[in-house]
Design a protein around this ligand. Structure first.
Ligand code: ADP
Ligand code: ASP
Ligand code: MG
Length: 450
């Protein structure tokens, strides 16, 4: 069995779904389990509708909902699922009206709304496959992926999830292409939850690990993992192969092509992951495995994370004092705010966060024992490569490339796998361009494709 995950653009229309049917058909012998995202930008639209409803714009919300209903009905016309689609929109309309009355969004309600994208797309994709002659069966992911109750960012309960995926999917996949929605799950009490934005990739790897798939394929709108974020630097090169550790690091530091948790289940069961382009299926993509062949380039790719906030904490009392860092991290931890990068000096600590929801409260607590300054609009640029540890002089090359840019913070991870710098958002593009020029002017043809 293999898992084939298709992202939003790969299922954005009847035509796109027709294209992926061709891709799936080509691999029927490997018994594919298909995981799909919501169609196009449906998740964003659902969240905007819910937000409008609670903000007192009930009519505007219902109008957008009607547009989304029309879109789903049109793209599934002729497939015999109009009643099912209409019933989903009926349920969703009740929910949105309820939100308008309540005037408040809880994480649980947010999940109830955003789950409709994948609930609908999985039904529509299954029906399109059938109409094209593929024996397809729909599986509601919420009946097999079980999570904790942390809505909007739920963590799978692996033992139970693996028990259910293994108990259901192989038998179904023996005769059918199983089609299921990514991103959506349910708690042990059966309440709809989600795995966080971009979570369909994670669903694919959870399912892959649960059924012991031979491969997990992530079909998207780019040729694979590229040497930099193509929205920042167009014309980046395709990385032919990378390691699980490199992919995890790149995803964590902003390479949106993979959800950061995706490789974890794959590592656990040592299942290769492939990133492929559903518009250019002949391109080999990127193969991610436990170890990737060494190349002459020390860097595999440059990731970046925008909307970063830099927090500087200064205290003369830190001088010689122990327990200072513990006190700081205990506060970030209590507010469930992850810290990405960290640098210390004798009297100061600088750190970066990307979730500023609790920053005011955090700052207030830290100000009881230290001075805090906050700088918004920063970005992290992260160079990743297993080879960094074997190659002397990588940092000096990086800093020479960045000589005209004001680097706010530097860190080389203990994994020796990454070198990260923080720069002002305004300098991000030129920082990435300079680093890419430095490390990829003459890329190793065995490792990269221009
Ligand atoms: P999908 O809907 O298929 O899940 P996403 O939009 O989540 O697709 O992820 C694909 C996008 O990730 C690409 O279109 C690209 O803009 C972005 N991206 C960011 N960094 C990278 C990178 N290093 N390599 C490839 N794509 C990247
Ligand atoms: N549809 C969800 C999102 O937009 C999950 C995904 O696409 O991976 O975040
Ligand atoms: Mg994605």
């Amino acid at each position: 069995m293999i898992v084939m995950k298709f992202g939003g653009t790969s299922v954005e229309s009847a035509e796109a779904i027709g294209r992926i049917a061709g891709i799936v058909e080509g691999q029927l012998a490997r018994r594919p389990v298909v995981v799909v995202s919501a169609m196009g930008k449906t998740t964003n639209k659902l969240l905007a509708i819910a937000n409008a409803a609670v903000a007192g714009q009930r009519d505007a919300a219902l109008e957008s909902l009607e547009e989304l209903r029309q879109f789903h009905l049109e793209e599934s016309a002729g497939l015999g699922v109009a009643d099912q689609v209409a019933a989903h929109f009926q349920e969703l309309t009740e929910l949105v009206k309820g939100l308008a009355v309540m005037g408040e969004m809880t994480p649980r309600a947010t999940d109830a709304v955003s789950a409709f994208g994948e609930r609908l797309s999985s039904i529509i994709v299954m029906a399109r496959f059938r109409s094209l002659g593929i024996d397809a069966a729909h599986l509601d992911s919420r009946s097999v992926i079980v999570t904790d109750r942390r809505h909007m960012q739920a963590t799978p309960i692996f033992a139970e999830t693996y028990r259910r995926t293994c108990g259901t999917i192989p038998a179904l996949a023996a005769k059918n292409v199983v089609v299921m929605g990514g991103f959506i799950a349910s708690t042990e009490d059966g309440v709809t939850s989600t795995l966080g934005r971009g979570g369909s990739d994670y669903t694919a790897s959870i399912v892959g690990a649960g059924i012991g798939a031979e491969e997990i394929q992530i079909w998207t709108d780019v040729d694979g993992m590229l040497t930099s974020d193509p929205t920042i630097l167009p014309g980046a090169y395709r990385v032919k192969q990378c390691s699980f550790a490199e992919a995890a690091e790149l995803a964590y530091f902003g390479a949106k092509v993979l959800h950061p948790a995706t490789v974890l289940p794959a590592i656990e069961k040592n299942i290769p992951v492939r990133i492929l382009n559903s518009r250019r299926p002949h391109v080999e993509g990127t193969l991610i495995t436990a170890e990737a062949p060494r190349s002459t380039s020390p860097i595999r790719s440059i990731a970046c994370k925008r909307n970063i906030t830099l927090v500087n904490i200064v205290s003369t009392r830190m001088l010689m004092a122990h327990g200072f860092l513990k006190r700081i991290f205990e506060i970030f931890d209590r507010y469930e705010t992850p810290v990405d990068m960290l640098a210390t000096s004798e009297v100061s600590v600088s750190l970066t966060i990307d979730n500023i929801g609790s920053l005011a409260a955090i700052t207030k607590e830290i100000e009881e024992f230290a001075e805090v300054t906050v700088e918004e609009n920063q970005a992290i640029v992260c160079m990743v490569g297993d080879n960094i540890r074997y190659t002397p002089g990588v940092s000096s090359r990086a800093f020479t490339a960045l000589k005209d840019i004001n680097v706010r913070m530097i860190s080389q991870g203990a994994s020796l796998l990454n070198i990260s710098v923080v720069v002002a958002a305004a300098d991000l593009k030129s920082a990435v361009e300079s680093l890419h020029r430095e490390f990829f002017t003459d890329p190793d043809p065995a490792a990269f494709e221009k």
